[in-house]
Design a protein around this ligand. Structure first.
Ligand code: NAX
Length: 325
């Protein structure tokens, strides 16, 4: 057994947190040989519910779970933390405009960015799930100047996984055979799911799908999948979101599969003409706790246009909260 690692989950009594905590505690993120100390953050009114989560975690008697800290104090939750999944966020309320939502969440992620800066392990790796995830990650990073900005990422892995599942049904092949999917841009309805480089058994799938199917079925289906789940469940995706968060952290820390890549929201370094200053989803290869953006992919005019649309939305989000950066 290795030394335990400290993993912080914010919004831990919420829907996604309730899935995430148990899967991480049972070793599904970093493996059965990696003991975990969970540090769970909630707002004060949710502490009784969080206490219930702690009791259930204890009752699982997971061999990989060394300790659980439950708190409403961000400084305590991020103390010495090596990995953080920031799920807790302000949901969009009735009559709330997009800008109001950005501002409300900006406050939360400013505060948590500072708490990470002041308390966490300097090598902490942060995944932001709470929406608007890309811009929340940007805000958290800007408020944590002592942590490498590369260590702040946003989740588009759920979109990536959804796209693979959709292709798997269409092509009637197992999802594990589908490689090199890409989600470009924002975790929002402007995201661009790009199949141009996808292979099955090292063969391009381009002659198996029509342009019409891509544009009128596939792309809108992935962009709108979250809304479709809300309609069906009366609540937003939770188990699949937690699963994607685990995939994201697992691959980042332990490496992505050979001859494949994954999608992660990361600081743009200017690759593919996406100007720096925003967190944008790119295809990345992960190895030994770091990632690199896949370079030199050829892009059609259609792809470039879609990539600009989602970049523009992220620029607008940035403008709305610029004074906090
Ligand atoms: P819930 O409302 O069930 O849970 C959120 C929890 O966060 C609540 O328990 C709340 O008390 C807590 N919270 C709120 N403010 C907090 C703060 N300042 N500090 C600590 N905890 C705080 O929402 P849930 O379904 O779990 O979704 C959480 C977030 O994930 C939402 O913003 C949602 O939009 C986002 N999602 C992002 C996805 C992605 O792919 N990036 C997909 C799934 C999900 O929609």
């Amino acid at each position: 057994m290795k030394n335990p690692v400290r993993v912080t989950i914010t919004g831990a009594a919420g829907q996604i947190g309730y899935q995430l905590a148990f899967r991480i505690a049972s070793g599904q993120m970093f493996g059965q040989n990696q003991p975990i100390i969970l540090q769970l953050l909630e707002i004060t009114p949710a502490l009784p519910a969080l206490n219930g989560v702690v009791m259930e975690l204890e009752d699982c008697a997971f061999s990989t779970l060394n300790d659980v800290i439950a708190t409403d104090d961000a400084n305590t939750a991020f103390k010495d933390s090596e990995y953080a999944i920031l799920v807790g966020a302000m949901p969009r309320g009735p009559g709330m405009e997009r800008n109001d939502l950005l501002q409300a969440n900006a406050k939360i992620f400013t505060h948590q960015g500072k708490a990470i800066n002041d308390n966490a392990n300097k090598e902490i790796r942060v995944l932001v799930v709470g929406n608007p995830a890309n811009t929340n990650a940007l805000i958290a990073s800007s408020n944590a100047p002592n942590i490498d900005p590369q260590n702040f990422t946003a989740m588009t892995r759920l979109d990536h996984n959804r796209a693979i599942a959709h292709l798997s049904k269409k092509l009637n092949v197992s999802s594990q055979n589908i490689k090199k999917m890409i989600i470009w841009g924002n975790h929002s309805a402007t995201q661009y799911p790009d199949v141009d480089h996808v292979t099955v058994d090292d063969t391009s799938i381009k002659d198996q799908i029509s342009d019409d199917w891509l544009k009128s079925d596939f792309i809108p289906a992935i962009q709108q999948r979250g809304a479709e789940i809300i309609k069906a469940r009366g609540a937003s995706s939770a188990a699949s979101a937690a699963s994607a968060a685990i995939d994201h952290m697992h691959d980042w820390v332990l490496g992505s599969a050979e001859n494949n890549w994954v999608s992660m929201g990361v600081f743009s370094d200017g690759s593919y003409g996406i100007k720096p200053g925003i967190i944008y989803s790119f295809p990345v290869r992960c190895s030994q706790g770091s990632y690199e953006i896949i370079q030199d992919l050829s892009l059609t005019e259609f792809s470039q246009e879609r990539m600009r649309v989602t970049e523009k939305e992220l620029r607008e989000e940035r403008t709305a909260i610029e004074e906090l950066l």
